[in-house]
Ligand binder design. Structure first.
Ligand code: 13P
Ligand code: MG
Ligand code: MG
Length: 377
């Protein structure tokens, strides 16, 4: 059967600042999801999680990518959670719902959307089992996945599987999106390893270019990765919160293994985001359902591993990939790295680039100061 995985995430309110959604908000969404998964419902299966202040809906169904009914359902879930957030007086109620009533597909309306459709066939030679990872990141932009995806799919120093598995050795096709393009999507497709340095040249600038998809070259119909690569500030025209991207990565068999995909997160790489979306800070892998509570509003990322049965069900049990003690050392290292880096305060590279800051209030001060400048003869 053809199954679609849809991961749709939004920040529609949080307790005491940009920390986490409330239990009542989550309860409202879980109730809606449960009835959507009941007999003859819209969905096959689903799970509701949070990462920082963002609620993620992880859903399987048979309606395909961009299905209006599924997107409308997600939007209604976020509206219901917004209503609870309003009643509770929470911060940023409805923050990511940038349009009034989207017609159908909600990509570009605020929430982060990542989807993949594939054939779920237990008799299939290449994928008798379906395993996948769901990443959800808070306080950062979609370019946050550039480094880990490049490392895992292009660099055998990070992923020895590229040498060991002949089906992966055939390489991959990267779809990279230009997130600055406003009216229509602008994308480029590049095959690796042949075009590896061209991929690197684009991914170097994660403010503008992000990996949107990766396909197998051994089985070109098989999409391995989907990332929600849209920028809220391009949609809203001003700073409204960070994009806080989600990603689906299918794993095992002809694709990289989960351990190969999560390895690059050991680095705690620097990403744009953090407080007011206006800094450059290292990203910390955290357990699922972790609130943001520390200094700075450090970027965080969660990762769940799933298996899917022949009917598209997956949510009975999953594994929290960043939950275990192996990541404790990374977490401490990332916090130490952040503390050291931010001793520099606001000067230069600790804050985001001026292209990013152009969507913040710093612009007004700079414009006012412009008038006070004098040209010396
Ligand atoms: P969110 O995008 O997660 O709402 O964070 C916004 C922010 O400015 C945090 O300081
Ligand atoms: Mg928020
Ligand atoms: Mg958020």
């Amino acid at each position: 059967m053809r199954v679609t995985l849809s991961v749709i995430k939004a920040d529609v309110g949080s307790i005491g600042g940009h920390t986490r959604p409330s239990e009542r908000m989550l309860h409202a969404v879980r109730e809606m999801l449960q009835s959507a998964c009941s007999a003859k419902g819209l969905l096959i299966d689903g799970l509701v999680t949070f990462t920082g202040d963002d609620i993620a809906l992880i859903m399987s169904h048979t309606h395909g990518v961009g299905a209006p009914a599924v997107h409308r359902f997600a939007w209604e879930c976020f509206l219901a959670a917004t209503e609870v957030a309003r009643q509770q007086g929470l911060y940023g109620a409805g923050q990511d719902l940038l349009v009034d009533a989207p017609s159908g597909n909600i990509r570009g309306a605020g929430p982060a959307v990542a989807e993949i459709e594939f054939e779920r066939d237990p008799q299939s030679q290449d994928r008798p089992a379906e395993a996948f990872l769901i990443f959800a990141a808070d306080k950062c932009s979609p370019g946050a996945y550039n480094y880990p995806l490049y490392a895992a799919f292009c660099d055998p120093m990070h992923n020895g599987g590229l040498l060991l598995n002949p089906k992966m050795h055939r390489g991959f096709t990267f779809t990279i999106i230009d997130m600055d393009a406003k009216d229509r999507d602008r994308i480029i497709r590049l095959d690796v390893p042949e075009r590896i340095w061209d991929v690197a040249t684009l991914l170097q600038n994660p403010d503008r270019f992000a990996v949107e998809a990766i396909h197998s070259r051994y089985k070109p119909d098989e999409q391995i990765v989907a990332v929600s690569a849209t920028r809220l500030h391009n949609i809203a025209g001003r700073y409204t919160g960070k994009d806080d991207p989600v990603a689906i990565v299918r794993t095992q068999g002809i694709f990289p293994a989960p351990e190969e995909i999560v390895e690059p997160f050991l680095l705690g790489h620097f990403v744009a985001g953090d407080a007011r979306g206006s800094h450059v800070m290292p990203i910390m892998p955290v357990p699922i359902n972790t609130p943001v509570t520390g200094p700075f509003c450090l970027p965080i990322v969660s990762c769940l591993a799933f298996s899917m049965d022949a009917e598209g069900r997956f949510a009975e049990e999953c594994v929290d990939m960043f939950g275990g003690p192996v990541w404790d050392q990374t977490r401490l290292k990332v916090q130490a790295k952040a503390d050291e880096w931010r001793r520099q305060g606001f000067i230069g590279p600790t804050m985001a680039s001026h292209t990013e800051l152009a969507y913040t209030g710093i612009v007004e001060t700079l414009q006012a100061l412009e008038r006070e400048f004098i040209t010396r003869e």
